[in-house]
Design a protein around this ligand. Structure first.
Ligand code: TRP
Length: 446
């Protein structure tokens, strides 16, 4: 059977942006920025996104479209009979662990949605949302059920196949999310005392820039772009040779940065205006956003709409995580797609149970002083993903010649020598060097 393909050029961009834009930009970015000191973190994140993330994104596109293969086979096709396939395997394993805790947060959105619709958020004052949310997510049965529901939705869509499932919906939901975020930002920056939050978010205070903050920013830059796990390799493998890869890369980087900026501007003014703490951790946006919405006309309705779109954004990312796993599992026999999706999804749920209970029953179970949820999150975001990114950035210039790369990038776009060279050298030298330096720095070795 020939490789499935996206329906349109825009379809691919929306699907890739759908993979990128999700909990990473909306949920994780604000809380990591909040813990990492605000503006300085944002600046470093921005630099990493442009100087490392963008080249790597294009690099993953190149591998995917050139090989038209899943994460594992792609590397094996380029470097015959070698161990390089392990880059893909590492990516598949990473996605597995990633989805196991990602789905926990997906479940939280579903729970909050129900709570909001049920009327449970009516009449709360600005500082009551956080404690209510904390209580909600400590309840084992309902949170597990919600996590299961999130995974179930993912399974149902992905089992149906790439195009029908993902493409159509993204084109409507993503622009809607932008618009709603914009409304939210307008309200948030006009709150009393908002300027302090804007300053916290945009003004870099370099005294807060520790080695660990730099590692977090690196991990975050890759995480929000779904890099390092060959997700973008898999998505680009469904592409025809006519797609303009550099243009797709720029659109995705731009959309992603825009959402990150909007998320920060929606949240931090609210945090300061309501006297909340920016370093509240993973619960941050769930405590702050409803408080901002409660200051709007029809706030509850808008909040419900926001949660729906937020859920959708999280789901499109989850689709791509499971898609990578399923594509790798069924690389020899495509007809097993449905079964593979169910097996992957259900085992991810089981592995995710301790993460879900980390906010309740298992909150005392600590490994390296972290809850299971935080441990998985740290390992995936700050170790496995940057490691995968490092290996990919070494692999590409090592196994593909300059002219092969130039040719692949020019398919579907104009030949642009300068752009190509900037990309090539950033990927070949700057990316691996920067990642190694960040690792060495955080380990205290330099
Ligand atoms: N980019 C996604 C988000 O921001 C998370 C993510 C990281 C991801 N790596 C991935 C999604 C791999 C799909 C595949 O929410």
């Amino acid at each position: 059977m020939s490789q499935e393909q996206w329906n349109s050029k825009l379809g691919f961009i929306f699907a890739a942006a759908g993979s990128a834009i999700g909990l990473g930009a909306i949920w994780k970015f604000p809380y990591v920025a909040g813990t990492g000191g605000g503006g300085a973190f944002f600046l470093v994140f921005l630099l990493f996104t442009l100087l490392l993330g963008a080249p790597l994104l294009l690099g993953e596109f190149v591998i995917g479209r050139r090989t038209q293969s899943d994460a594992i086979t792609a590397y094996q096709k380029i470097a015959l009979n070698s161990y390089w396939g392990w880059i893909g395997k590492l990516g598949v394993i990473t996605c597995f662990i990633l989805l196991s805790f990602y789905s926990v947060v997906g479940g939280w959105i579903i729970l909050y949605l129900f709570e909001a619709i049920r009327g449970g958020l009516n009449g709360l004052s600005q500082d009551q949302f956080g404690p209510l949310f904390g209580e909600m997510i400590s309840e084992p049965i309902t949170t597990l059920f919600a996590q299961f529901l999130f995974i179930l939705l993912t399974i149902l869509v992905v089992a149906k196949g790439v195009q029908k499932g993902i493409e159509r919906a993204s084109k409507i939901m993503m622009p809607a999310l932008f618009i709603l975020f914009l409304l939210l930002v307008i309200r948030s920056v006009s709150l009393e005392g908002a300027s302090e939050g804007i300053k916290f978010f945009l003004y870099p205070d370099f005294s807060k820039l520790t080695s660990e903050v730099i590692l977090l920013a690196l991990g975050q830059a890759f995480f929000t772009l779904s890099l390092g796990v060959s997700a973008m390799v898999t998505y680009a493998s469904y592409l025809p040779k006519t797609q303009n890869l550099p243009k797709s890369m720029f659109s995705i980087i731009l959309m992603n940065l825009l959402i990150v900026l909007l998320a920060g501007l929606a949240i931090f003014p609210g945090v300061f205006s309501f006297g909340l703490e920016p370093d509240a951790g993973p619960v941050l946006i769930f405590a702050v956003l409803p408080a901002v919405f409660s200051q709007m006309q029809f706030g509850l309705l808008f909040f419900i709409a926001f949660l729906l779109l937020f859920l959708f954004a999280a789901l499109t990312s989850a689709f791509s995580m499971i898609e990578i796993i399923v594509a790798a599992m069924t690389r020899k026999d495509r007809s097993k797609r449905k079964k593979a999706t169910w097996i992957a999804g259900l085992s991810i749920f089981v592995v995710g149970i301790p993460s879900c209970l980390s906010y309740g029953l298992m909150s005392d179970v600590l490994v390296f002083n972290l809850t299971i949820f935080d441990l998985f999150d740290f390992a995936v975001s700050n170790v496995f993903i940057p490691l995968g990114a490092l290996l990919i950035s070494i692999f590409i210039p090592l196994k593909l010649s300059k002219s092969e790369l130039m040719e692949e990038i020019s398919l579907g776009s104009k030949k642009r020598k300068v752009f190509f060279l900037v990309w090539y050298y950033l990927l070949k030298y700057f990316t691996p060097l920067a990642i190694v330096l960040v690792f060495l720095d955080v380990l205290g070795l330099i």
